[in-house]
Design a binder for this molecule. Structure first.
Ligand SMILES: [Zn+2]
Length: 366
């Protein structure tokens, strides 16, 4: 429940919007900032009227209560905000397999938000933070943090304040938290993976000595498959997916970069497929998934603290107990280029004596 003062404030604040419905444009409509995300843009417009993004669009009848932000009437939105339709279409592109959905939690770089405040720019979400492969801020090198979007866009004030940002920092325990000394290698491995995905999405094939000879698309498929495997529970009982179980002996595996083990993930619901990077907003979980992709598929650079060749690692790292997940990965591997699998995954494929389609039986061999 909001207290009475806030609700009176909100009613007052709503009047201007109600008054302009049917008119051509909103009287107060802040301009877009460079690289700003759709939700952020709408939240800043809504803040002038005491509303969040969803409430603004619903009150202007630009979307129904149930619709997602991306499903808003963009032509109407363009009219009331005077933002050219082409810009809105670009901003509101429906999420693809590398884009996080617009939800109540957002991934942010707290240092970027602090920079906004320092530079007297409105704190805003960057579009790149919504990319499922983007876990480290390119500018600050910090891992992104998962924050409820209402903390960044307080409804009854116009914007995030330095005190508000301090509160977020404190609640995340980020202020002055000592960085684990051992996590430099893990950090490096994830960073290389993030860079390679970013390049591949713009059509550049990955660095062949590291990843093998692959086209950009083949590389993206392989990363999607390994990260799905790492994020999903394939067992028919509650279990921890690989992102919560760093391989034995990995230095710095207790790194705060990875998501903490809380409770096991329930078994997969019927009809619900695996979890992809784009299904998981929490950067800590995506970080671990990207690390697994590097750990299994890359010939490692010494700075990552891993043995150079990927093949022996694949066998040591993969937990033999997670048989269902293994069977799934073996099946996916059939879509990968044959020469690549033969060259990079041969020992692993041979070590998985289990026939891909009857892993139940295979488990009893262990
Ligand atoms: Zn940053």
């Amino acid at each position: 429940m909001h207290h009475a003062g806030a609700s009176r404030y909100r009613q007052r604040a709503r009047q201007p919007v109600n008054a302009v419905i049917g008119r051509e444009t909103l009287p107060i409509c802040p301009r877009p900032l460079p690289g700003e995300a759709f939700r952020s843009r709408l939240c800043r417009v809504g803040a002038a009227y005491g509303m969040n993004a969803e409430e603004l669009l619903t009150s202007l009848s630009l979307k129904s209560e149930r619709d997602r932000l991306e499903q808003a009437d963009l032509v109407g939105l363009s009219r009331v905000t005077r933002i050219p339709i082409i810009q809105l279409v670009e901003l509101a592109k429906p999420p693809d397999r590398w884009t996080l959905p617009n939800g109540p939690g957002v991934a942010v770089c707290l240092k970027c938000l602090a920079d906004d405040l320092r530079n007297k720019i409105r704190p805003h979400l960057r579009r790149v933070w919504q990319q499922a492969w983007y876990v480290f801020c390119a500018e600050h090198g910090d891992r992104l943090q998962l924050v409820p979007s209402h903390l960044i866009f307080p409804r009854y004030r116009t914007q995030l304040t330095p005190a508000g940002l301090d509160r977020i920092n404190r609640s995340l325990g980020a202020t002055g938290a000592p960085r684990s000394v051992n996590d430099a290698g893990i950090r490096r491995a994830i960073w290389i993976t993030q860079e390679a995905i970013s390049a591949a999405l713009s059509g550049r094939p990955p660095h062949a000595p590291t990843w093998g000879i692959l086209s950009a698309n083949e590389f993206l498929t392989i990363i999607q498959d390994i990260s799905c495997w790492a994020l999903s529970n394939f067992e028919d009982r509650a279990a921890y997916p690989p992102i919560y179980s760093p391989p034995p002996g990995l230095p710095g595996a207790d790194t705060p970069l990875f998501a903490r083990k809380r409770r096991p993930v329930p078994p997969r619901r019927p009809g619900r497929s695996v979890r992809t990077l784009a299904d998981v907003v929490n950067p800590a979980a995506r970080c671990a998934a990207l690390w697994w992709a590097y750990g299994l598929a890359a010939d490692a650079e010494p700075a990552t603290g891993l043995r150079p060749e990927s093949e022996p690692r694949q066998i040591i790292f993969i937990d033999p107990l997670l048989a269902e997940g293994m069977a799934w990965l073996r099946l996916r591997m059939e879509q990968w280029p044959e020469a690549y699998v033969r060259y990079r995954w041969e020992a692993f494929a041979r070590s998985q004596r289990l026939p891909a389609r009857s892993s139940k039986r295979a488990r009893s061999h262990n």
